[in-house]
Write a protein that binds this ligand. Sequence first.
Ligand code: SDX
Length: 427
Amino acid sequence: MSNIATLEIDGKKYEFPVVVGTENEVAIDIDKLRGETGAITLDPGYKNSGSCKSEITFLDGEKGILRYRGYSIEDLAGKSNFLEVSYLLIFGELPTAAELTKFENTIHKYTLVNEEMKNIIDGFPKTAHPMGVLASLTSALTAFNPKSVDVNNEKEMYEAVCKTMAKFLVIATWTYRKAKGFPLNYYDNTQGYVENFMQLMFGLPTEPYQSNPVVVDALDKLFILHADHEQNCSTSTVRIVGSSHAGLFASISAGVSALWGPLHGGANQAVLEMLEEIQKNGGDADKYLAKAKDKEDPFRLMGFGHRVYKNFDPRAKIIKKAADDVLASLGVDDPILTIAKKLEESALEDEYFKSRSLYPNVDFYSGIIYRAMGIPTEMFTVLFAIGRLPGWIAQWKEMRVNKEPIGRPRQIYVGEPLRDFKPVDKR
Ligand code: SDX
């Protein structure tokens, strides 16, 4: 591989350095492109543009590979736990037992959320979508933690990481409690992080709460599978907001808003709503496949397709297996799972989907497991956010520690040329 790329514009040749990554990914460094040629690149949706060099996550869309800090997603989902994987993503190494204990104990220092935050959540109607409430509450945390973190002070950064992991989990569950009219629960420092999610969500002051170990194990695995995914829409949002040196809570809040979209994290809710609609209309999966292929119909097969995975999403494979296991363990026989499998089977045999490399993604089966766990559909994307939080933190930290420049893309103007102002009586 040559370390120089040559570009010819108007008969003049220009040379630019070539960057080769750990896994032999190749990029052309165009840092000096405009200065030397006067031209910029144009790449709507950044399908061909790298925004940064990163040491956090590697994925290969053609081979269906996903690794966090070099460890395969299959190994981590099968052998690790969510808090350990969070530590790995954020600090770069799997923690020793002592480091993991310190991480959890430091998180425990911050699990109380300022009581005045309850006045903020009380301002929302019960009908508010949990993702909108979560984005607002996350940003509101800045008001109660105004000192921005010195990213070059390791201890300060460590404390800010633990504070974010602690408070985000609590306020995420408050969005559900508020919608149900339930009292807002407190984190229990004697329980684990994922156990706490369940008791924060479903614990009632009127009776003791016992979480189901099958559910906790499955949720832990799901959070691992959602923990990071290199420069996806919401993570790129967190990085670009943080590049202006906005605080960590403000940047995470922006990431929550980006994840909410049905083309991104909101797809897990949209998949369940789609499957329920198919079930309501007699379970005719083929009718919906036809809608998805009809260019006149805005309907898309939610949970299918991916910007990067053009073979299969390794997370979807793991989640599909987990869906069978969890529903069997819980004794749940959900016809929706049968409809999902039929839909997948038909799509994978259909020329339209095959020719466009459209396969099930992480969102296709996750909602079926959440539903079996008793998680309400409108909370599915909140669970995606809880899983993605360590990835957002890790990416924000890497961007700031590496002193990346403020994000400011260029454009090509195609509007009106210069024209004279017309007074209103002449228009
Ligand atoms: C996530 O980036 C990440 O890593 C994201 C994520 C993460 O972990 O952060 O993996 C999480 O967001 C997963 C994706 C969840 N979204 C959905 O399931 C929504 C449904 N899928 C799509 O809307 C779509 O596939 C995207 C948005 C995921 C990807 O869109 P692209 O890469 O921009 O592809 P495209 O829109 O250019 O589509 C290419 C072709 C088009 O047809 P033609 O114009 O070539 O004829 O494929 C078609 C599209 O119409 N197509 C679909 C389709 N997805 C793409 N047709 C029907 N159903 C679909 N789901």
